[in-house]
Structures are given as structure tokens and as C-alpha cells.
Design a protein around this ligand. Structure first.
Ligand SMILES: Cc1ncc(COP(=O)(O)O)c(C=O)c1O
Length: 410
């Protein structure tokens, strides 16, 4: 039997325990949705205040130079690079994941005129599928989709331009083997593009070590950059000057303030910028990313595995016979940092949990999803969350009609 005392004992020796104080988490809330929207870092409150009142309010337009607003996309990109095994000049913060995917897919395929296929899985977040479809439409290229990454990799051939995969699946939490699949893409002469939205800040990622060509990722999940935080993109240094972004906006120009009529892309990663950056959001993201400077990804991975084991084992004991099925692989090497279960009544169950202060989320049609975020989730949080879920299931509280009402965002 896993006891509350067991969980508390793990918290006492947790080296990341003190990090929790760095977040403005409300009392009475167990927040298990940092895989969707990270919570507010306390330092972000002061930094946003400074950004609004001093940098914007007083320094006004001088801030582009004096507070280096103009350098923020590259500066923050270099900080994210340290979390994903990339070089500082290989990452830039810009746009959304969807827009970055579009830019990189089109850029990658356009450089390989005799290879026209784009490979990706149809078990993926919809935006990755939609964007690849949109890019293929623009390029008039051929899309190859299957449900299994290995099938996809095995089907790569002389006509393949790009293999595009999400590292950690947004529903199941299952992780692809980045090194093996990137190598398969390269063996076939194709480029590999990875979506790191559910891995950056959650698990160790080694883009350079795996020889990855291109990647994108989210700022508002594990990086705690705030709602709608800008995303980032990575381009291997050897590819940067050979690729052209199809969204050739002025911020990607080699000299935007010379206002020349001809478009000449900036050298390096900056060519993937497009329009004016959202400065306040960038600065909030920078604050979230900097919190990782006081820790390391190995510690985060170790704690993530411990939180997962505690959640899964305690669920087996506390919530057995309630029809919940674990869909996340138990092997830490094969998953990210969230844990998911299926249940036909997942939506009302999650709503009942949220009312009790345990915030997870639901992904249609039947997934209950819980983010295990080592910077601020304690072992006690996990124990209590499972216990409260057990109460809701034992007493069938979720059957109350108010929990079945639809909402715009799940
Ligand atoms: C795999 C994946 N890609 C992309 C996104 C988000 O893309 P965007 O920043 O365009 O909203 C998410 C968000 O949940 C995601 O899970």
C-alpha cells in the first residue's frame, strides 16, 4: 500500500523541492496541467511589471535598442538551446509552432526538388497534420501518412524529402526514438523535423547528438512562458544558410532597417524570423526559461520518473476496477512527462476533479491527462490527486449533471 507518508518522505529528499516556491501556485490547487499551460513563475510578475512600466512606459521605442528588445528572439533561443542539446545560434524564438512547422516544411522540401514526399504520422496533434497538409498544398507535394513511426521510416525512399514526427505524443505521452528515426531518415537521404512541444523542459533532448536537422517547440507548456507564449524553431547550423523561409518578412532580412526593396535573408537562424516580435510575451518566456538555469535536465528526468511511478502504482491500488486504462508506456525511455488514462466518461470525471482542486485535462474522445512537472509537482500532490480521483470514482460524484456540460476548451 502506497501511503501519504511514503509520498511525503520522497518530498523531504527531493533536490527540486525548493523550486516549487518559485511559482505562484494557489493554495488548495494541485496543478497537473503544466504540459498544457505552465503556471506563473513568481519572478515573471516583477519582470512583466518592469517590461510594461519602465521598458514600454518610460523608455518607449528606445527599448528596441536600449533594452535589447530586438535581440530577444535570438537571446532567448540560445537559452532554450541549452535545454535541447543545440548550439546557441541554432535556435530562435518566433511565431507559433504551427507557423514554424509551415516555414520549416516548405523550406526543407523546396531545397530538394527531386524529392517530393513529406512523411508524417496521422496520430499526432491536429495542428501538425493540418500544417503539413497546408504546406504540401502550397508545394503540390505528396504526403505519406501512417499510424506507426516504424512503418513510416521503413517506407522512406529516393522520393522522400522530409520525415516529420512529434517526439512525445500529446495524448498518450509515448516517445519516439529520435536517434534511430533520424538516422533512418538520413539513410534514405531525407531531412528529419521534430516537434518538441511535449518534450522541451520535460525530458532531456539531444538534437545535435541525434543529428536532427530541424525542430520546433512550444513556449507555454513546460517552459512556463505564459498563455500563448511564442514558440521556437531549431535549424542545424549546416543547413541554415541553404534554407529560405517561405514567410519572408522584414525581421528575417539581413538589414531590416535599410528598408531595401529586394529581399535578402539574414545569415543564420535569424532568417526564420518573420514579423515584429511580441516583446512582452517574449520577456515572459525568457523568465520561464531562466528558471531552468538553476537546475538540470537529468534531475528533472529522475524526478519525472519517480512522480510517474508513484502515480501509476498508486492508481493501480486506489482506482482499480473503475474502468481506467493506462495508455502511457511505463518505461521512462519511451515516454514524456505526462500520464494518461482512458475512460469512456473521461470528460465529467476530469470536471469533477477540477472542482476538487485537482487540475488535469481531457483530450477527446476519452483521455484523462495529467502533467507531472518536476519543478513544482510534489510527490504529495500526486498522492493526493490519485486519492481524490479515487473518492470521485468510488462515490460516482462525476455523474452529477453539471459535470457533463460542454466547454469550448477541454
Ligand atoms: C505536438 C504539438 N504541436 C504543436 C502545438 C501547438 O501549436 P501552436 O503553438 O501553433 O498552437 C501543441 C500544443 O498543444 C502540440 O501539442
Amino acid at each position: 500500500m502506497t501511503t501519504l507518508e511514503d509520498a511525503r518522505a520522497l518530498d523531504v529528499t527531493d533536490p527540486l523541492g525548493p523550486m516549487r516556491e518559485r511559482f505562484a501556485l494557489a493554495d488548495g490547487v494541485i496543478y497537473l496541467d503544466g504540459n498544457s499551460l505552465g503556471p506563473l513563475p513568481r519572478q515573471t510578475i516583477d519582470r512583466q511589471h518592469d517590461a510594461v512600466t519602465r521598458q514600454w512606459g518610460e523608455d518607449l521605442i528606445r527599448s528596441w535598442n536600449d533594452n535589447d528588445w530586438i535581440g530577444a528572439p535570438q537571446r532567448i533561443g540560445s537559452k532554450i538551446a541549452a535545454l535541447i542539446g543545440a548550439k546557441p545560434h541554432e535556435v530562435v524564438v518566433t511565431d507559433s509552432v504551427s507557423v514554424n512547422l509551415f516555414k520549416l516544411i516548405v523550406a526543407a522540401v523546396a531545397t530538394q526538388p527531386d524529392r517530393r514526399q513529406i512523411f508524417f504520422l496521422n496520430v499526432n496533434l491536429t495542428t501538425d497534420i493540418y500544417t503539413a497538409g497546408g504546406a504540401a498544398g502550397v508545394l503540390a507535394d505528396h504526403i505519406v501518412q501512417t499510424e506507426q513511426a516504424d512503418d513510416l521510416a521503413d517506407a522512406l525512399g529516393p522520393d522522400s524529402a522530409l520525415l516529420m514526427l512529434t517526439h512525445v505524443h500529446y495524448k498518450t505521452g509515448a516517445r519516439h526514438n529520435m536517434e534511430v528515426l533520424t538516422e533512418k531518415a538520413h539513410d534514405a537521404g531525407a531531412l528529419a523535423l521534430w516537434d518538441l512541444s511535449h518534450s522541451v523542459g520535460a525530458i532531456p533532448v539531444d538534437l545535435n547528438g541525434c543529428g536532427v536537422d530541424l525542430a520546433v517547440g512550444c513556449g507555454y507548456k513546460y517552459l512556463n512562458g505564459g498563455p500563448g507564449a511564442p514558440a521556437f524553431l531549431y535549424v542545424h547550423e549546416d543547413l541554415q544558410d541553404g534554407l529560405r523561409s517561405p514567410l519572408s518578412g522584414w525581421m528575417g532580412h539581413e538589414a531590416p532597417f535599410e528598408f531595401r526593396d529586394d529581399y535578402a535573408p539574414a545569415p543564420g537562424i535569424s532568417r526564420f524570423l518573420c514579423g515584429t516580435p511580441p516583446v512582452l510575451s517574449l520577456l515572459a518566456l525568457e523568465s520561464g526559461v531562466e528558471l531552468f538555469g538553476d537546475t538540470d535536465m537529468a534531475q528533472i528526468a529522475t524526478k519525472s520518473a519517480a512522480l510517474f511511478d508513484l502515480f501509476a502504482d498508486w492508481m493501480d491500488e486506489r482506482c482499480e476496477n473503475h474502468g481506467l486504462t493506462l495508455v502511457t508506456p511505463r518505461d521512462p525511455a519511451r515516454r514524456g512527462s505526462h500520464i494518461s488514462y482512458t475512460h469512456p466518461d473521461g470528460w465529467p470525471i476530469i470536471q469533477a476533479l477540477i472542482e476538487r482542486g485537482v487540475i488535469g485535462d481531457f483530450r477527446a474522445p476519452d483521455i484523462l491527462r495529467f502533467g507531472l512537472t518536476p519543478l513544482y509537482t510534489s510527490h504529495e500532490d500526486v498522492w493526493q490527486a490519485v486519492d481524490i480521483l479515487g473518492e470521485i470514482l468510488d462515490d460516482e460524484i462525476w455523474r452529477e449533471p453539471r459535470f457533463s456540460q460542454a466547454k469550448a476548451v477541454t
